[in-house]
Design a protein around this ligand. Structure first.
Ligand SMILES: Cc1ncc(COP(=O)(O)O)c(C=O)c1O
Length: 290
């Protein structure tokens, strides 16, 4: 998505109907240039659809030229990892056509939200901005400290991230750079060892494939949420075997959590040459939506 010429070249006249991008990609955290993608979409006469699941409040794709914005509401918007829901935001003509009694996909295929769930979500929206600010602040603090320790951190809020300036140019003021960060541990074995100690030795967070919860959720993407990709596709997508994706939570104090992180790292270092870590075969209770 960061190769605009490739995107332009891939649009086939008469065949392509839309360009689909994530504001911030899962799990590699590359950032889409929404204004430029929007310009390509306009020029080619197709729609730009943007998945903003990772960056609600942080980026407003509709203001940057997206025609349709989709969210997994199960994540940051719900904030409690207890709801499976989604949102499609677009022009009334599109949304009404999806609800058309005779032909609408929402009417025919059934993804209509339960009214009680809709009410529950509406009660959580007023504090979404506060939650997002705290997710972002914690993620930046961890990313900065992890980098200082020499870890290979991927976080668009760090100025060494290739899309740092692009994100700053698109982000809403005061919201930071998102609550997701990645640490590349080099190998799956080291990633699993870190996850094991973070969850079981130090209680820093939970091993789970969902995101946007108040606790930190962590997974090794290559062997969990992206495990269906071939090795070649993972390589092309930049998903290395040791990539640990973290959805940074805000429970506990920053210093308390950071001490837990350092404790887990120390445990990893201590047994680096000893026995292999337990393999990660089960995830915590947090909803299995990734
Ligand atoms: C970026 C992104 N978009 C959409 C989804 C789909 O979400 P849901 O499981 O709520 O349908 C996910 C996670 O699964 C995601 O990470």
């Amino acid at each position: 998505m960061d190769d605009i010429e490739a995107v332009t070249g891939a649009v086939r006249e008469g065949e392509t109907r839309l360009i689909y991008a994530e504001t911030m990609s899962n799990p590699t955290l590359t950032v889409a240039d929404i204004p430029r993608l929007s310009a390509v979409a306009r020029e080619k006469g197709v729609m730009l659809v943007v998945d903003n699941t990772f960056t609600p409040m942080v980026v407003s794709p509709a203001r940057l030229g997206a025609d349709v914005v989709v969210h997994s509401v199960s994540k940051f918007i719900s904030g409690g990892a207890d709801i499976i829901a989604g949102a499609i935001c677009g022009p009334a003509s599109l949304v009404n056509s999806m609800m058309d009694l005779q032909n609408g996909a929402l009417m025919l295929l059934g993804p209509t939200m339960n009214a009680k769930v809709a009410f529950e979500i509406s009660e959580r929206l007023p504090h979404l901005s506060l939650r997002m600010k705290e997710h972002c602040a914690r993620a930046l603090a961890y990313a900065t400290r992890m980098k200082k320790l020499g870890l290979k951190v991927i976080y668009p809020g760090l100025d060494d991230h290739p899309h740092h300036a692009l994100l700053r140019s698109m982000a809403n003021p005061g919201y930071g750079s998102g609550g997701m960060l990645c640490v590349d541990m080099g190998t799956e074995e080291r990633a699993n060892r870190l996850l094991h100690h973070l969850q079981n030795t130090a209680q820093f967070g939970l091993i789970a494939v969902s995101l946007g919860y108040y606790e930190t959720l962590m997974s090794c993407s290559g062997s969990s949420t992206s495990s269906e990709l071939s090795e070649e596709d993972k390589h092309l997508a930049g998903i290395s075997p040791g990539l640990v994706r973290m959805s940074v939570g805000y429970s506990g104090s920053l210093e308390q959590r950071w001490a837990q992180f350092e404790r887990a790292l120390a445990a990893c270092a201590k047994e680096a040459t000893a026995t292999p870590p337990p393999s990660i075969t089960s995830f915590s209770y947090v909803t299995n939506s990734n």
